[in-house]
Write a new protein. Sequence first.
Length: 202
Amino acid sequence: MHPLRQADAAPPGCGARRLFDQRQRFAERRVLAAAQPFEADHFRGHQLVQGLFGLADGGLIGTGLGQGRPDITPLAESDYIISALGEELGMVGLFAILALYLLFISRGFRIGFAGQDDFGRLLGVGLSFVIALQVFVVIGGVTRVIPLTGLTTPFLAAGGSSLVANWIIAALLLRLSDSVRSQPRLVIDPLDAADNRLVVGQ
């Protein structure tokens, strides 16, 4: 049979099956590289191993800004920027970065919980959870807690669309915070507490 006619005669789901098999093999390689990076072949665990060596070289206080070797780790400007920062800033610097992320996420959750309506509450909590999930997946992948994926570190890694999306999230949280602060609140006047009269305050 002619090759073109044979391709036309293939079952309709053959292409989807082939695509699924390719994605499954790719996921298996990611999991094996995270589980056994030092035993995997060079093309499978090299990036993860170099990232771990970078973090180990940084130690507690790091080698200093501009004194590291991020060029040794592949994609140190995007996927493995945490490894590059850990090498130059050390564990202390990484904890400071994580503290800033924690502050940002906690403020986002607080904005969501204080929202005016259900939509504002869900939006604030959801946007904060997106940032928290990105941080967990990226840092967890670099430190072998979970298999590494293609997510970028919020506000740090190079990437046009990801960076724009994260700044849009920050802008939406600021808008929600402004709406929460400007809404009228019911307060009890201490002078009239005996009468339990409510006063609308800003």
